[in-house]
Design a protein around this ligand. Structure first.
Ligand code: ARG
Length: 409
């Protein structure tokens, strides 16, 4: 190791290897240009360098939330959202980004925003103007006319339509290209109706197989992973068969679809916490009555099906739909995932190594950028003062958060 360029040393008492669940004792992480250049025994760490001392802490990779909407204000659901503009939403996103980072989530996948507000937010963070997690953004969610991503709140005379609407294989390909042209890192589409959209049926498929295949192939040709919003069973299966990388929500998944996901290597990103917010605070926040009715049919079943999927050994990544509920509370879902069948290690893996692998985001040497504390990865980490494998709730409020080797909390 060439120690000359090391800019920062982070001493770690208990370093969690998220691949195995084993702790390494008394290590030092060496940081060069914001990335990990080596992990050595603490006694061998170079002296006279800036030091962050986490000798009494439990340390794991910075957490990843694979399903957020940083530009969405959880108090502006339904008709309240109609007054929002992309510029206003981008400004809202500044505080949401900061809250998310301070909660220990150093990377997020932002699955849908209007007017490329997510691209602007990502770039402002990357350029160091504001503090926030690394963002991989989807820009406009793609969906059918009247589908889950469309604006279905107003009658025809208002001519309201979301920018992500596309019908037919050619239009969906064009929409993927447009998103990429203006800055999308990942692609998101709606494969079924949703809870929060007006006049959509969570069980009904949106897009036929040819459309899904065209959309996914186009994204993959351009090196982008694809996330499918899907509650209903047929839409889940169709999206998996069309080659989607992750199923979001996955509420009505059955044993056959679980096997299909296993065969195809598809990840499930199931937002187990958000139902609590929708049912207790949703009405005050402007969520439509019809959406509250839908949530009552989805929430519990989704948790039960999550338990089945965990037992079957499907790949899972951590995603919360923060933005529907309060930003910065992303860590609350860990305890729910454990309550519904995961070991604490599995829940941590979902938010670190699994999420990083699904993101498929690598440095020039082909090493994973995020989700692991390994050479080449960004020096992003969280520290807690108790063992999270024993007390998973410790991750709701990390003691220390470091991004690019710099302490942000
Ligand atoms: N954005 C999602 C939708 O509108 C939220 C679903 C939340 N409910 C749940 N049980 N995960 O469909």
């Amino acid at each position: 190791v060439v120690m000359a360029q090391v800019e920062q040393v982070i001493k770690v008492g208990h370093l969690l290897d998220v691949r195995t669940g084993n702790y390494q004792r008394n290590k030092a992480i060496l940081v060069e240009q914001g990335r990990i250049s080596a992990v050595v025994d603490a006694k061998d760490a170079p002296a006279h360098l800036p030091l962050i001392d986490l000798s009494s802490h439990y340390v794991l990779p910075g957490l990843i939330d694979m399903h957020v909407h940083l530009t969405s204000d959880p108090q502006k659901h339904g008709y309240r959202g109609l007054v929002e503009t992309p510029t206003r939403e981008a400004i809202f996103g500044v505080s949401a980004a900061s809250a998310t980072l301070k909660a220990g989530f150093t990377t997020v996948r932002n699955l849908g925003a209007a007017g490329y507000a997510d691209v602007s937010l990502r770039d402002a963070i990357e350029e160091g103007e504001i503090q926030g997690p690394r963002m991989r953004v989807a820009a406009h969610t793609i969906c059918i006319t009247g589908g889950h991503c469309d604006n279905n709140l107003l009658p025809h005379i208002y001519n309201a339509r979301s920018a992500g609407v596309a019908n037919g294989p050619d239009q969906v390909r064009a929409k993927v290209r447009e998103n990429i042209k203006y800055g999308a890192d990942v692609i998101k589409f709606a494969a079924t109706g949703g809870v929060l959209s007006k006049n959509t049926d969570v069980n009904a498929s949106q897009y036929n197989f040819e459309e899904m295949k065209a959309l996914i192939d186009e994204a993959h040709d351009r090196g982008r992973i694809v996330a499918a919003h899907a509650h209903g069973l047929q839409g889940i299966k169709r999206a998996i068969k069309a080659g989607v990388d992750s199923i979001e929500h996955g509420s009505f998944i059955d044993d056959e679809a679980i096997q299909l996901a296993k065969q195809h290597g598809t990840y499930l990103v199931m937002d187990l916490y958000v139902s609590d917010f929708i049912l207790s605070e949703g009405e005050k926040a402007g969520i439509l009555p019809e959406s509250l009715v839908k949530e009552k049919k989805v929430g519990l079943l989704q948790r039960q099906n999550f338990q089945k999927a965990v037992k079957a050994g499907v790949k899972m990544a951590y995603g919360t739909d923060a933005g529907v509920y309060t930003h910065g509370l992303n860590g609350r879902q860990f305890a729910y995932m454990v309550q519904w069948g995961m070991t604490p290690l599995q829940a941590i893996q979902a938010a670190t190594v699994n999420a990083g692998t699904l993101l498929n985001w690598k440095n020039e040497q082909g090493q994973q950028n995020v989700g692991v504390l390994e050479v080449g990865a960004f020096a992003d980490l969280v520290a807690v003062s108790v063992d999270p494998l024993v007390q998973i709730k410790a991750l709701e409020q990390p003691a220390v958060v470091i991004k690019s080797g710099q302490q942000v909390l």
